[in-house]
Design a protein. Structure first.
Length: 102
């Protein structure tokens, strides 16, 4: 099972909905989607409600999104984060610098 990526753009806000699993192959796909959609975006939201698993490759995509938002003085946040994903974000210390809403 891979990842399903849905996106919704509303003005300068981009919400990316992830469901399934993000491993190396899926992270590459996700990275391409994020890079292709960031023009004019100042608020980037990843909705992780349906995300069941993510590897470090997927976390790097979040880091890339955060860096892109920092460059344009924008904001990024992760919402609907499951306990499993939150534990990984805490363990990797991503939760120290990323805005996370459960």
């Amino acid at each position: 099972m891979g990842v399903e990526i849905k996106k919704e753009r509303n003005g300068n806000v981009l919400t990316i909905y992830l469901s399934g699993r993000v491993a190396v192959k899926e992270a590459e796909e996700l990275g391409k989607v994020v890079r292709s959609e960031l023009d004019g975006i100042t608020d980037l939201i990843f909705d992780l409600e349906e995300l069941s698993y993510i590897t470090s490759a997927g976390l790097r995509v979040f880091l890339m999104g955060q860096s892109s938002m920092d460059e344009v003085e924008g904001k990024m946040k992760l919402i609907h984060v499951s306990k499993l994903v939150r534990d990984l974000l805490d363990m990797t210390r991503f939760s120290d610098f990323m805005k996370i809403e459960e």
